[in-house]
Design a protein around this ligand. Structure first.
Ligand code: DAH
Length: 329
């Protein structure tokens, strides 16, 4: 049993020099396990005399207890070390400056549309987008523009086949909504329209906002009031404007509205009028009971005027130098 005297020193060194939890677990099994060194010693002292048994079991027990507690302490130390290493590895330097996130800006056309929507929402209008692919009936026939009508020529239509086309005007939505809804109704229809035309004032795709009111007593003065207020609101000032008699097949009477530009020239920005009784009949609304007024405006035209943009094509060329000038938020 000379060995027993040295045992604690051996165990202590082994525990001290273990540098991982796995090694420590190995030591635990080696000494404290079922077939471990302590149990072997216990087996050995079985045959000793009573006095010796007593003496050695006390020594063995003390060493065993010390081993258990030493392993426990070492394990805590190792866990702490592992934790510290992990913290070190996953450390975030909160004093570093943040990464720069590029914010986009709203396209001026979208911004104009949302300004227009906000104005009309306040007057109880609902906004609906509608289809860009339409048929001849909704784009022309139902709007009182039959085949061979000269008004069709102005539209430079993109035909998809004999019957289908890219809508040339948002007025198509007048027909769709008057057919599907029961009056009274107030709508605006913003969206893209297409015409085969390209120069500094025309692009093959552009945006219109159509407006429609169907009520029992709606009249031209109501329409004028709305348009005056809308235009003053859009340009944020009492910009000079005039109503000029005009012709549209689907409205009677019809007018065009011009505003005075900074260079003191009149520029047309929208068309409007009282919806033609034939159009109301086409959608099964009785013109003896209901009247309707409508207007249609070009969003690009109004946006160009508001910001002094001279070439309509700049809206769609995706030149960041242009787009970046419009930061609204
Ligand atoms: N749809 C017409 C165009 O594209 C604009 C227009 C004129 C719409 C008069 C209307 C209106 O609703 O009443 O030229």
């Amino acid at each position: 049993m000379l060995m027993l005297e040295k045992l604690w020193n051996v165990i202590k060194n082994e525990i001290n020099s273990s540098h991982s939890i796995e090694i420590l677990d190995g030591i635990k099994i080696k000494y404290l396990g079922k077939n471990g060194i302590f149990n072997n010693y216990i087996k050995k002292i079985k045959n000793f005399s009573f006095e010796e048994k007593k003496k050695y079991s006390i020594i063995l027990n003390t060493i065993k207890k010390k081993t258990i507690s030493k392993i426990h302490i070492k394990k805590n130390e190792l866990n702490k070390l592992i934790f510290e290493k992990r913290i070190q590895k996953e450390k975030i330097d909160i004093s570093l400056p943040g990464r720069y996130i590029k914010n986009g800006s709203i396209h001026p056309i979208n911004y104009s549309i949302s300004c227009i929507q906000h104005f009309f929402y306040k007057l109880g209008f609902e906004s609906i987008n509608g289809f860009e692919i339409e048929d001849e009936y909704h784009n022309f026939d139902a709007l009182n523009i039959p085949k061979n009508h000269p008004a069709r020529d102005n539209h430079d239509t993109f035909w998809l086949d004999k019957n289908r086309l890219l809508r040339t005007q948002t007025s198509t939505m007048q027909i769709r909504m008057m057919k599907s809804e029961k009056p009274p109704m107030r709508f605006i229809f913003p969206g893209k329209v297409y015409r085969n035309d390209y120069d500094s004032t025309h692009t093959p795709m552009f945006h219109q906002v159509e407006g429609l009111i169907v009520e029992k007593n709606i009249n031209f003065s109501n329409l004028k009031w709305i348009i005056y207020n809308f235009i003053y609101n859009f340009f944020n000032k009492k910009i000079p404007l005039r109503f000029r008699p005009s012709y549209f097949p689907f409205t009677t009477p019809s007018a065009e509205v011009d505003v005075m530009t900074d260079s003191k020239k009149w520029l047309e920005i929208l068309g409007c009028g009282m919806v033609h009784p034939s159009v109301l009949k086409n959608v099964n609304i009785n013109p003896e009971i209901y009247s309707a007024c409508a207007f249609g405006l070009g969003v690009e035209r109004m946006t160009m005027l508001r910001y002094g943009i001279s070439d309509i094509r700049s809206f769609f060329e995706n030149d960041f130098r242009f787009i970046k000038q419009f930061k609204y938020i």
